[in-house]
Write a protein that binds this ligand. Structure first.
Ligand SMILES: Cc1cc2nc3c(=O)[nH]c(=O)nc-3n(C[C@H](O)[C@H](O)[C@H](O)COP(=O)(O)O)c2cc1C
Length: 206
């Protein structure tokens, strides 16, 4: 049976940040493209945060795939000082729609940092509680480089929205169809009574 695991690790970027193109630093953008392509192939999911020269990444998937990727990451010259903050078995993937969700430094993260007395995003000084808070925040923040899973065309929630107006317009028709036989029965009963009355008069019943 395959065992699923999650790891959270941090590292320091070794490159100088260049101005963002389309909202993402160019080297980070290349890392994201490779990650999404490879992770999809390997059944891995994850989230990557980049801010103040540091990475914070969560990876989930089959143990052998996650450990294999971590060995590759250790050799990648674009970052250094890799440190694992959490490593644990999991029952199911937490964000199956994200082969690699990207989370940039934004106001909510800056606010979280200052709440904990940090001027910058410095994950090397995070305690367990702050790691959890950062994870929660990353899950809630939209990815500026990709449409949210809910907005993807194949998403079932979208087709439900598209389907419901059709159902609404069908409902009154169904009600109308049910009334027609009732009216027909009432009219036939009246016609029968009238005919019986006329026959009775002719035969002298009344
Ligand atoms: C911070 C950081 C995060 C990365 N995350 C991933 C990842 O999730 N998946 C992945 O395949 N490569 C990731 N990479 C890139 C790998 O280190 C490596 O360059 C890549 O897997 C090689 O893929 P390729 O042989 O297809 O070029 C990351 C690199 C860095 C610096």
């Amino acid at each position: 049976m395959t065992e699923l695991v999650r790891i959270i690790y941090i590292s320091r970027a070794t490159f100088d940040s260049l101005p963002a193109a389309d909202g993402v630093e160019p080297t980070v953008s290349r890392i994201l493209s490779t990650s999404r392509r490879n992770n999809r192939r390997n059944g891995l999911v994850g989230m990557l945060y980049y801010g103040d020269g540091c990475f914070f990444q969560c990876l989930e998937g089959e143990r052998s795939k996650v450990e294999g990727l971590y060995r590759t990451l250790l050799k990648d010259k674009r970052h250094t000082d890799l440190k694992i903050l959490a490593s644990e078995p999991i029952k199911r993937l937490s964000f199956p729609d994200w082969n690699m969700k990207y989370v940039p430094l934004d106001q909510s993260m800056s606010r979280l940092m200052s709440e904990h007395g940090f001027d910058l995003f410095d994950p090397y000084r995070f305690d367990h509680h702050l790691v959890e808070r950062v994870m929660q925040l990353m899950q809630g923040v939209p990815d500026p480089t990709e449409p949210a899973p809910e907005a993807k065309p194949s998403s079932p929630s979208r087709s439900i929205q598209l389907d419901s107006p059709t159902l609404d317009t069908q409902a009154p028709d169904a009600e109308g169809a049910a009334i027609i036989p009732i009216v027909a029965i009432v009219l036939s009963s009246i016609a029968l009574l009238v005919s019986l009355g006329a026959l009775g008069l002719q035969l002298g019943w009344f």
